[in-house]
Design a binder for this molecule. Structure first.
Ligand code: GDP
Length: 296
């Protein structure tokens, strides 16, 4: 395991006890360690830079107290700043719109989009007593459509019947229509992913958005995404316009730096996290816990 930031900063700063205020040089030495810790946690480089600058502004000139060690003091400044940047806790999916409320799920292939669609539908059905319709818009991969159908059977949530040969935008329009006729409160569109971001994907997402007028567009991303997180979040946000983020595989070994990267680039809230493969393994986002984990 990595040495904790607290230990690293302790060995750099704790000799300063009783010496007035933190100087530029003290803070620069500490920030080198902060930068290392964030990069080890997979926070994207651009975000690390802007983050450490904010911490520098807060830390330089801070009075060194007798009661807490300088290392701890800087860790606290870093931790508070991380929590601040990670954003609010428990931002719910907004259902405040005329039924059927359309939720569009976007993200790369393998990010956990279909699983998360099932999890969200399951939660809205069981906890919020909503009538939900799920629709797979992945016309290129019949296996993906079948996967969503099976999740529907497993959770008891309706899925839109598959009609071969329809385009994703036609399926989206049909899903909204079917939800209106079926008296559904919510329709969740599970869009197709790709292994990487490309122009046709972005065009398809924008067209689906235009056709279905979603109230929420949630970007699903693997928490283990490293330096690509910034690119991914920026592209989806600029080209499609997301309203929130869902991070999957938070049950894995990763330190979750992608949470900070994506939040910093888009300013959009992290609404939920995936913590396993099962339908119940969906949780609220707790910025403090993620900050602790990033710092190790
Ligand atoms: P999609 O291609 O984006 O629709 O991705 P899938 O929903 O098919 O998920 C890809 C794989 O990741 C599947 O094996 C899922 O069971 C798994 N998965 C999804 N979310 C999580 C999660 O939060 N934790 C873990 N451990 N696995 C997940």
């Amino acid at each position: 395991m990595f040495e904790s930031l607290q230990d690293r900063l302790g060995s750099i700063l704790n000799g300063l006890t009783g010496r007035g205020a933190l100087s530029e040089a003290d803070v620069s030495a500490a920030l080198r360690e902060v930068r290392r810790a964030l990069l080890e946690a997979d926070v994207a480089l651009d975000v690390v830079r802007s983050f450490t600058e904010k911490v520098r502004e807060k830390a330089v000139g801070t009075e060194i107290l007798k009661s807490i060690k300088p290392g701890q003091m800087v860790v606290k400044i870093v931790h508070d700043e991380l929590v601040d940047m990670l954003g609010s806790e428990g931002v719910p999916i907004d259902l405040n719109a005329p039924a059927p409320v359309v939720i569009m799920m976007v993200g790369l292939q393998g990010s956990g989009k279909t699983t998360t669609t099932g999890k969200i539908a399951n939660r809205m059905k069981t906890r919020d007593k909503k009538k939900v319709l799920m629709a797979s818009l992945d016309t290129r991969r019949p296996a993906a459509q079948e996967q969503l159908r099976q999740l529907g059977v497993q959770t008891g949530v309706d899925t839109l019947p598959i009609i071969a040969g329809q385009s994703p935008t036609d399926i989206a329009a049909r899903a909204v229509q079917a939800a209106k006729l079926g008296g559904h409160d919510i329709v969740i569109l599970d869009t197709a992913g790709r292994t990487h971001i490309d122009e046709p994907l972005m065009i398809e997402m924008a067209e689906i958005k235009r056709k279905s007028n979603p109230h929420e567009i949630l970007l699903v991303a693997d928490a283990l995404t490293g330096q690509d997180a910034v690119n991914l979040a920026r592209n989806f946000d600029e080209r499609v316009g997301i309203t929130g983020l869902v991070l999957t595989r938070m049950d894995g070994d990763g330190r979750g730096g992608a949470a900070l990267s994506m939040r910093a680039v888009t300013g959009k809230p992290i609404k939920l996290i995936g913590v396993g493969e099962k339908m119940g393994e969906l949780e609220e986002f707790h910025p403090r816990r993620v900050a602790d984990r990033i710092l190790g």
